[in-house]
Design a protein around this ligand. Structure first.
Ligand code: UD1
Ligand code: CA
Length: 457
């Protein structure tokens, strides 16, 4: 059946005290609005039949840009005259036959299974309404039921009687409605209420009058229907979301030192059992092989870490791949384009960029390797620098298998060092070194026998 998704995202969200439109604030590294869209896209039973309409107003261009390339229809709501008025903006774009699922850009964590239940209700020519009972219902629309416990209306906080204010079952705002009814009811809305707004919620009383059943469902967790109005609520949903992700990771085989001290801003895929210590941040797409261990305070973004690799404390890895059984860190920085073959070892205060390092090679301390191709079983001494940049252009350094680079060497690119070559410590290498050669390029040591220190005049 045709399913139209209507997402309200026109509001400014002034309580966020932010230049960014509210729905673009992020949870787990993804905008709240994108969460809503992804939650819908995960309802598999409605795939291929979905049209998504997003109603934008405040900083509309920014919101539209954030969803570029996603096959979404936008409707502009210049003045925000209420939730019913917002839905009215897309009424003509809805398909004749089918149902609409109404969602809010600032309610990001509704489970797809919950949305699916509402959709299924609407398919049967009924209204599916998501409600929840709260200890403190203050501010929300209240669900009014008759003696037979059937929903008959929603009254907003500001319009409610004292008796109605005592109701603890509230409207989450999320509902699914057959299009033929939605068109009729929305066009009959008026703004005759305390706030002078066109209330979407008034369609519930119209459904009752038209003898259309209203069937309610509740979410599994309250946070699923929590909206974000300020940064305190944003942070509280972030924590809820992170804990959910941590749980999923543990159930997939990760041992977490503390599930409350891990942040996943993207997706982590496990290929087996892994151990993750505290304060690790994952961003983008990260794949962790079986037996991987990640120590405290690492930041890992868009990276693949192969089986049995060990990432030690305070290491940053971005757009890189780490081979099997590698050891990286502590305090290492793998910048984009780093590829470590199996059993490579990167020690503390080593920075790499656009560099491949062969199997079993060691770069143990205090080194910068940029635009370099390094073979297998190479030893790079402490303090080695590839001088890859002349201030205008970048050049590459090649180092063959089994080469030994003495400590504190500068390799001025473009330059190549052959397999098995040895570079004396403290050398500044500007010319090619052939395989097997020893190259020493430093001032010769002079020892003076009868030299005397100057004395104070
Ligand atoms: C609404 C419901 C209330 C429910 C509550 C749940 C109505 C009349 N009331 O109240 O029953 O308990 O949500 O949080 O629907 N928006 C627009 N255009 C508008 C007005 C609103 O896009 O003209 C968007 C807002 O940006 C927001 C959402 O719709 O994302 C909800 O609007 P808001 O004004 O917060 O509704 P509430 O008064 O909280
Ligand atoms: Ca609200």
């Amino acid at each position: 059946m045709n399913t139209d998704i209507i997402i309200l995202a026109a509001g400014q969200g002034s309580r966020m005290r932010s230049k960014l439109p509210k729905v673009l604030h992020q949870i787990g590294g993804k905008s709240m609005l994108q969460h809503v869209i992804d939650n819908v896209n995960a309802i598999t039973t409605i795939a291929n039949q979905v049209h998504t309409h997003v109603i934008v107003g405040h900083r509309a261009e920014l919101v539209e840009q954030s969803l570029a390339g996603q096959n979404i229809q936008f409707a502009r709501q210049a003045d925000q005259l209420g939730t019913g008025h917002a839905v009215a903006q897309v009424l003509n774009n809805l398909r004749e036959e089918g149902i609409s699922l109404i969602l809010y850009g600032d309610v990001p964590l509704t489970q797809s299974s919950t949305l699916q239940e509402l959709v299924d209700i609407a398919k049967l020519d009924q209204v599916g309404l998501l409600t929840v009972t709260l200890a403190n219902p203050m501010g929300y629309g209240r669900i009014v039921r008759n003696a037979a416990a059937q929903v008959t209306a929603i009254v907003e906080q500001k319009d409610a009687s004292a008796e109605q204010l005592a109701i603890t079952e509230i409207n989450t705002g999320i509902m699914a409605v057959p299009n033929k009814f939605l068109r009729k009811w929305i066009s009959q809305l008026n703004n005759d209420n305390t706030q002078g707004e066109y209330y979407l919620t008034d369609i519930i009383a119209m459904a009752t009058a038209d003898k259309v059943s209203i069937v309610t469902r509740s979410p599994r967790a309250e946070q699923e229907v929590q909206g974000v109005n300020d940064k305190v609520q944003l942070a509280s949903l972030e924590r809820f979301y992170q804990l959910q992700q941590a749980r999923a990771l543990m159930l997939a085989g990760a041992t977490l030192a503390d599930p409350e001290r891990i942040d996943i801003r993207g997706k982590v895929t496990l290929e087996g059992e892994v151990f993750i210590d505290i304060n690790v941040i994952f961003e983008g797409e990260v794949v962790l092989g079986d037996g991987v261990r990640i120590a405290a305070n690492c930041v890992i973004k868009d990276a693949t870490i192969a089986a049995d690799a060990i990432i030690k404390n305070n290491t940053m890895i971005e757009q890189s791949s780490v081979g099997e059984c590698c050891e990286v860190g502590p305090f290492a920085r793998l910048r984009p384009g780093t590829q470590l073959a199996a059993k490579a070892k990167i020690g503390n205060f080593v920075e790499t960029k656009k560099t491949s390092i062969g199997e079993g090679s060691k770069v143990s301390h205090l080194t910068y390797l940029g635009d370099a191709q390094i073979g297998a079983e190479v030893n790079i001494g402490a303090g080695t620098i590839t001088c890859n940049y002349d201030g205008v252009n970048k050049f590459t350094t090649e180092i063959g298998d089994g080469a030994f680079i003495g400590s504190n060497s500068s390799l001025v690119a473009p330059v190549s060092i052959g397999a098995g070559a040895t570079i004396g410590a403290g050398s500044t290498i500007t010319k090619k070194v052939a395989a097997g050669q020893l190259s020493v390029a430093r001032g010769k040591q002079i020892n003076l026998q009868n030299w005397q220190r100057p004395v104070k005049k």
